[in-house]
Design a protein around this ligand. Structure first.
Ligand code: ZN
Length: 443
């Protein structure tokens, strides 16, 4: 593995939003030194990057993704969630394996360019090999599971048995866990209780506990669907059902978590489960606004996710963080809620923690070297050297990201992907999307 010396970087502190000019040494994928002075040995055998004018931050953690939907920005615009879901499943059947490969890869590469170094994917059970190849080819750090369902929420829900879901979980665990030199981990990812029985949820949780892996699911996304789950189990809410089933713990990620009354927030706090805030999707398909301020008051570890682009239309965590912060400020009438430091931590270390990483989400010696450098000296909207982190969140976007390392691997430099010809890749995706749009135009 290569050694890097990154000189003159303004390293951001996400506790107080300050920056400090330092030099960073990366060796064997780990931060080995962060210091104000450069020693002679730091440069020996190192690739040197001068980060003068750049802000250094930990890479972002996108804690809820459906990457193949990167081919579906557009055809599902402006639909309500129920109709959106039916159309999504129907279109899915028209996507070829190659569409899935390129769609997933497009999502991963967009994420990397916008500074995301870790993603938590809920993929497709029929495309495991194809998707794993795309994650591996992209080089992004991935927690991978596939959506499984055994209750027909609508006429196109793909139903499987509990046994089949366990077989799939086992297949993913043996193929994915530790793959790509440890950059890929396995999870279980049942879709959510509107379409998952108690038996399937509990069987997959048992599997996840045995293997010590993450349980990733949707929770409380659609209002009607959430109410239906409560009715189905004669309970007061969907979270109460997960709580009673023994699903909630510190290795559970709960995408959306919108329709939760206070007593259910207490259950999340008690069990240390991790909600994932996905504001762009929540707004665009009119899911609603989750009680993030109340979660933060209770000390809950809230992460952030861009979800799939069929609903959010973005892989940019900076846009996601900003949308989430603004929504909470507006709905609580309190501008101090989700302040810049809190939001930036939700976008980085909270997600890493939720996924079980103890050495990720912070730039410090001994941690895995997931680092982004953001160019602050050529962007008219990012002027002001005293407030770079807040300005990046509130005034900037992912296009300001210049350089990205994933565990010491240089993925993006000078705003260009290192392992891909971007023009050629975009042309390939556009040709495929054009053909797919033609196939699905009457759906
Ligand atoms: Zn989702």
């Amino acid at each position: 593995m290569s050694k890097y010396l990154i000189k003159n970087v303004n390293l951001g502190n996400l506790d107080d939003l300050s920056t400090k000019r330092v030099n960073i040494v990366i060796e064997n994928g780990v931060f080995t030194k962060i210091s104000e002075k450069i020693a002679r040995e730091d440069a020996i055998g190192a690739n040197v990057i001068d980060a003068n004018g750049m802000l250094g931050l930990p890479g972002f953690t996108d804690a809820h993704t459906h990457m193949a939907q990167s081919f579906l920005k557009g055809p599902l615009d402006d639909l309500p969630i129920t109709e959106w879901l039916v159309k999504l499943f129907t279109i899915d059947d028209h996507m070829s394996d190659d569409d899935y490969y390129y769609g997933t890869l497009l999502g991963c590469l967009s994420s990397l360019k916008f500074g995301t170094t870790t993603v938590n994917e809920m993929g497709d059970m029929a495309r495991i090999d194809i998707q794993l190849k795309a994650f591996e080819d992209s080089g992004i750090r991935t927690t991978y599971g596939v959506s499984t369902t055994d209750i027909a929420e609508n006429e196109v829900t793909p139903i499987i048995s509990v046994d089949q879901a366990l077989k799939i979980a086992d297949e993913i665990y043996s193929k994915a866990h530790g793959a790509n030199n440890g950059l890929i981990s396995a999870s279980v990812a049942p879709a959510g209780l509107p379409a998952v029985s108690k038996e399937m949820a509990q069987a997959l949780k048992k599997f996840a506990k045995e293997k010590d892996i993450v349980y990733h699911t949707h929770l409380g996304e659609g209002k009607m669907e959430t109410e239906n789950v409560a009715k189905m189990y004669n309970l007061r809410g969907e979270t109460e059902a997960l709580y009673n089933f023994g699903i909630l713990d510190e290795k559970t990620l709960l995408a959306h978590s919108i329709w939760l009354p206070d007593f259910e927030l207490d259950m999340i706090a008690e069990t240390k489960a991790n909600p994932v805030h996905c504001p762009n999707t929540n707004m665009k398909i009119s899911d609603g606004i989750p009680p993030i301020a109340k979660m933060l008051e209770r000390g809950i570890n809230v992460a952030m996710g861009c979800d799939g682009e069929a609903s959010s239309s973005t892989r940019d965590m900076i846009r996601e963080g900003r949308a989430g912060a603004y929504l909470q400020k507006a709905v609580t009438l309190d501008p101090t809620v989700m302040d810049a430091a809190t939001t930036m931590k939700m976008m980085t270390i909270n997600g890493a923690k939720a996924l079980g990483y103890k050495d990720l989400g912070q730039v410090k010696v001994g941690n895995q070297a997931d680092l982004i450098l953001v160019r602050m000296d050529d962007d008219l909207s990012l002027t002001d050297r005293q407030h770079p982190i807040g300005n990046l969140l509130y005034a900037g976007d992912g296009h300001a990201v210049d350089t990205v390392f994933v565990r010491g691997n240089l993925m993006v430099r000078n705003k260009k992907l290192q392992a891909f010809d971007e023009r050629e890749f975009v042309a390939t995706c556009n040709d495929r999307i054009e053909r797919l749009n033609e196939k699905i135009k009457n759906i």
